[in-house]
Design a protein around this ligand. Structure first.
Ligand SMILES: [Zn+2]
Length: 463
């Protein structure tokens, strides 16, 4: 049964518009789109039945928490490590952090949410209290979904770089992805060559392909819709050979968390992947892919179309009439809109219900996180806090002071983001001083190993 809280319409397919203009590292004045297909009517009808069943059986309210293992297939042509598209592991790690923040109601910029945001919409539409925060605003929802970098490959071997599968397309005999200049030719190349020849079990991993692209190609991310049982999704073509997400390498990662990475402004916040993972979990664009269309979420006001740039609240007040979104306007800060990354910071409770419904029901989603792929004997979770340490000061200039929770014999190393080891020394006790005045300013990683377990922390060395 379809929700009827808003008069919105369905369309079968839509395109999205990400507004990518200038560039941090390269000049790349271009607007990029999101190439994800909207779900079919048949898919949405089936999905609405599943949402209703989930509600009747209180499936979502029983707090289902998931951790989805990700494998990033980085497809490169032998470029130096760290240059697009052959991104540093640290840049991939920064993307993971963004996903985990965004999906747990902890977006770095969520304090920008206005004090009265969508309070009138909530009252006028009689929105359920579960979808509201203590101020009566539409709540920034914790999706109860997190992500990890896969620690093991499909054979159970420990990955040398967690969550990363580097593929040289020359070795594979593939064409360079950057020679495909249209949406259809790129999709065809991805679906017929790259994906089937590199995909990992879609029931165990969320596959994300990261590649270069043609400057003529006008989109930067694509995701499949979660397939539903007994409903082969012809439009999205999401099979066990193609299910997953593609992103242009220039939009992956966070320049705040890893400033020396390679980014294409203004998409330097990792929000392209947040958006595409939304599609991967069954979310639709905030405007329903039509003028005042239906995204099947009652707690998101209707929108006349996609928003770009960085609007201020309230935005486009009265742009939709039935029902009116006046006086609160459109939810341009939702991750499923097309405003720039810095303007977005929320999912809503109805979006959470959709994502949770996909996790409970889709045959390509409902086993994710159940194969012990997130942990190895060396993860921080398993060693507890006994080897943990603090670093002061940070940023630092001359010396670092490491204080350990427990006295032990430690191997301390400092790495450049390229992976180059800059300092390697052994120490014993609880307090260790490390001289770093000879290192150039920038971001580094301090890795401490004891009894075959490692903890790595980020430091900044100031000029
Ligand atoms: Zn999209």
């Amino acid at each position: 049964m379809l929700k009827v809280g808003k008069l919105k319409s369905i369309i079968i397919a839509g395109v999205c518009f990400y507004c990518f203009t200038s560039c941090v590292v390269r000049v790349h004045a271009q607007q990029l789109n999101c190439g994800s297909d909207a779900p079919t009517i048949q898919w949405e009808e089936k999905f609405q039945q599943l949402i209703q069943t989930a509600a009747e059986q209180h499936q979502v309210s029983q707090r289902n928490s998931y951790t989805i293992p990700i494998i990033f297939h980085i497809v490169h042509g032998g470029e130096a490590l760290g240059s697009t598209p052959n991104l540093y592991a640290v840049q991939i790690n920064s993307q993971l952090t963004v996903l985990n923040q965004d999906f747990s109601a902890n977006a770095y910029n969520k304090s920008n949410y206005p004090a009265n945001a969508f309070v009138n919409w909530a009252i006028n539409q009689n929105i359920a209290t579960a979808a509201l925060d203590s101020n009566g605003r539409i709540k920034i929802a914790d999706m109860d979904i997190q992500f990890c970098l896969a620690q093991k490959d499909t054979n159970g071997n420990i990955l040398s770089e967690p969550g990363i599968d580097r593929i040289n397309f020359v070795d594979k005999g593939w064409n360079n992805p950057n020679q495909y200049t249209t949406q259809s030719s790129m999709k065809n190349f991805l679906d017929s060559v790259i994906k089937p020849q590199s995909i990992w079990d879609v029931r165990k991993y969320m596959n994300v392909w990261v590649t270069d692209k043609s400057n003529l190609l006008t989109y930067g991310g694509v995701s499949s819709v979660p397939p539903l049982s007994g409903l082969p999704d012809i439009v999205t073509g999401a099979t066990d050979q193609t299910d997953g997400i593609w992103c242009y390498a220039g939009v992956v990662g966070s320049s705040q968390l890893f400033p020396s990475g390679s980014y294409v402004a203004p998409n330097i916040d990792g929000r392209t992947l947040t958006h595409e993972v939304g599609h991967y979990l069954g979310l639709r664009h905030i405007w329903g892919d039509a003028a005042c269309g239906n995204d099947f979420c009652n707690d998101t006001p209707p929108a006349s179309g996609q928003n770009t740039g960085a609007p201020t609240y309230p935005h486009n007040v009265g742009s939709c009439a039935s029902p009116t979104n006046s006086p609160d306007g459109e939810m341009f800060m939702n991750f499923m809109d097309y405003t720039i990354g810095q303007s977005k910071y929320m999912f809503t409770n109805d979006q959470k219900i959709r994502a949770q419904t996909a996790m409970i029901n889709s045959p390509f989603r409902n086993q994710l996180g159940t194969h012990n792929l997130c942990s190895t004997p060396q993860t921080i979770n398993q060693i507890g806090n006994s080897y943990d340490f603090t670093i002061t000061p940070n940023p630092a200039k001359d010396d670092l002071n490491l204080r350990f929770n427990e006295s032990n014999k430690y191997h301390i190393r400092v790495f450049h983001p390229s992976g180059q080891s800059m300092i390697s020394q052994y120490a014993e006790g609880t307090d260790v001083k490390l001289e770093i005045k000879n290192l150039p300013a920038g971001l580094y990683f301090v890795s401490v190993t004891a009894n075959n377990t490692s903890i790595t922390k980020k430091i900044i060395i100031s000029p």
